[in-house]
Design a binder for this molecule. Structure first.
Ligand code: AMP
Length: 420
C-alpha cells in the first residue's frame, strides 16, 4: 500500500467541513477589509528565498525542499508566502499603481521539519501583504485583521505579543549591544545558537531550545535601543491598537525567525494549549527593506501569516464545532429506470437553486434509500413514482414530522425553499 509522505495530511470527513468553514470566514473577512486575492507559484527560484528569508535562517539552511528541474534550474518549494508576493509586486510593476496594494493568499507551504503536533512538512497558511504604505494605521489594520479573523472563528483566549525592532540604525545599535552581552555567555547557549551568534545573533532570542534560559531572559531588549523616530512609530501603532480595542502584550523576545523584518513584529498565540510551541497560530511584521533587497524600488511592506492546520486543531476542541455535520436538504428517491430519468432532472433543478440534494446512486431498493436518507439526515424526501409523475406530481415527505404531501413538480423548488 502506498502511504502519504511523512509530515503531510489528508483532509477528509468532518475535518473537510472545518477547512471549508475556515476558508469561507477568511474570504469574507478579507473582502470586508478590501484585500485582493493573490496567487503566486508554489515553487520559485531558490535564490528568492536565499535573498529574502535569508541564507542564515533555519528555514533556508535546514528546512527547504530544493531540487534541480530538468532544465537544471535551482527550484525551492515555497516555505512561506511573503517572498513570492513581493517578487510578483516587483516583477509586475504593481508599485507603479497609485494606491496601497493589499493582498491576501491562502495556500500550502513546505518546510522539511521534524513532524510533530502542529508542525508539518506540508501545511497551509492564509496571510496578507500590504505594500506601499508605511503609515502605522496599516500596522494596526494588519494586526487587528489577524485577530478579528481568529475571533470570528470563535477562538478565545488569544494573546497578541508585539515588539519593535526599529529602523536599520536602531537594529544595528541593538545588534551591537546584544553581541557584547552574549559574548561571555556563549558556553551557556545551544550549539545552534553558537552558530547563530556568528550569522544572525537576534535569532538567539527566539531559539526553541534556549528560550527559558537565564541568558536569554536577561538579554538586552530591542525597545530600549529604538531611536526617537522608531520609538514614536511603535507608540503610535500601540495607540491605534488601543483605539481598535485590541489587547496586546509588549514582548521583547519576539524577534521572528526571518531576516527581513524591521519595526513592528508580532505573534498571536492561543493560551489554551500553552505547553506546545504549536500554540503560535500566526505572526508577522513589517519588512521595509525587503522590496529594495529584491531589486524593487524603495517601498514599504507588512504582512502576517496564520497556520490553518493549527487553527483546525484548536477548533476541534471547541464545543461549537464538535458535531458539525453536512446537512442534506433533499433526498430524491426512485426505483424504475423511467422514474430515474425524472430524478435526473429534478435533482439537477434543486441543486441549481442552491438546495443541497442527493439521490440514489447505487441502484438501491426503496428500503435502502430510506436508510441512506436517514444516515444523511435529509430534511425532505422526494419520493418519485410513475403514477404521480404522469400527473406532474411528486410525493414530498418531511423527514422530521413524517408528514407527506403531493406537490406539483413545477412548484417543487419554491415549496422546498419556502419550508426549509
Ligand atoms: P511562520 O511563517 O514561521 O511565522 O509561521 C506562521 C504560522 O504558520 C505559524 O504560527 C503556524 O501557525 C504556521 N506554521 C508554521 N510552520 C508550520 C508547520 N511546520 N506546520 C504547521 N503550521 C506551521
Amino acid at each position: 500500500m502506498i502511504t502519504k509522505p511523512k509530515g503531510t495530511i489528508d483532509v477528509t470527513g468532518n475535518d473537510s467541513l472545518l477547512w471549508d468553514y475556515v476558508n469561507s470566514v477568511v474570504a469574507t473577512m478579507m473582502s470586508a477589509y478590501n484585500y485582493e486575492y493573490i496567487r503566486t507559484p508554489i515553487f520559485e527560484a531558490s535564490e528568492l528565498f536565499h535573498r529574502s528569508v535569508g541564507s542564515s535562517s533555519d528555514i533556508v539552511k535546514k528546512e527547504t525542499y530544493d531540487f534541480q528541474d530538468k532544465g537544471e534550474r535551482h527550484i525551492t518549494l515555497r516555505p512561506e508566502g511573503t517572498a513570492g508576493v513581493v517578487r510578483s509586486y516587483i516583477e509586475n510593476k504593481l508599485y507603479a499603481e497609485p494606491d496601497v496594494k493589499k493582498y491576501f493568499y491562502n495556500g500550502t507551504m513546505y518546510r522539511y521539519e521534524r513532524p510533530q503536533k502542529g508542525r508539518l512538512r506540508e501545511f497551509t497558511q492564509f496571510g496578507v501583504e500590504v505594500l506601499g504604505s508605511n503609515d502605522p494605521i496599516i500596522d494596526a489594520e494588519v494586526i487587528s485583521l489577524q485577530y478579528r479573523i481568529l475571533e470570528a472563528l470563535h477562538i478565545e483566549n488569544l494573546q497578541i505579543n508585539i515588539n519593535s525592532l526599529g529602523d536599520s540604525e536602531s537594529r544595528e545599535n541593538y545588534r551591537e549591544a546584544l553581541v557584547s552581552y552574549l559574548k561571555p555567555h556563549l558556553d551557556k547557549v545551544c550549539p545552534d545558537c553558537q552558530e547563530r551568534f556568528k550569522t544572525n545573533p537576534l535569532r538567539i532570542l527566539d531559539c526553541k531550545v534556549d528560550k527559558d534560559s537565564e541568558v536569554i531572559k536577561n538579554a538586552p531588549k530591542t525597545v530600549d535601543y529604538l531611536n526617537k523616530e522608531s520609538k514614536e512609530r511603535f507608540e503610535t501603532v500601540l495607540k491605534y491598537l488601543r483605539f481598535l480595542d485590541i489587547d496586546y502584550e509588549v514582548n521583547p523576545n519576539i524577534v521572528r525567525g526571518l531576516d527581513y523584518y524591521d519595526h513592528t513584529v508580532f505573534e498571536i498565540v492561543s493560551l489554551d494549549n500553552e505547553e506546545t510551541k504549536a500554540n503560535v497560530l500566526g505572526g508577522g511584521g513589517r519588512y521595509n527593506k525587503l522590496i529594495k533587497e529584491l531589486d524593487g524600488p524603495e517601498s514599504y511592506g507588512i504582512g502576517f501569516a496564520c497556520g490553518i492546520d493549527r487553527i483546525i486543531d484548536v477548533l476541534k476542541d471547541i464545543d461549537l464545532y464538535k458535531d458539525v455535520k453536512k446537512e442534506i436538504e433533499c433526498y430524491v428517491m426512485y426505483v424504475s429506470e423511467e422514474e430515474k430519468l425524472y430524478a435526473l432532472d429534478i435533482v439537477q433543478n434543486l441543486r441549481l437553486n442552491g438546495i443541497v440534494t442527493e439521490t440514489n446512486n447505487l441502484n438501491k431498493s426503496l428500503k435502502g434509500q430510506f436508510k441512506e436518507a436517514d444516515r444523511l439526515s435529509a430534511k425532505y424526501l422526494i419520493i418519485l413514482n410513475n403514477e404521480d409523475l404522469k400527473k406532474g406530481l411528486v410525493n414530498v415527505k418531511d423527514n422530521r414530522t413524517k408528514e407527506e404531501e403531493k406537490v406539483d413538480i413545477a412548484e417543487l423548488t419554491e415549496y422546498i425553499i419556502g419550508n426549509l
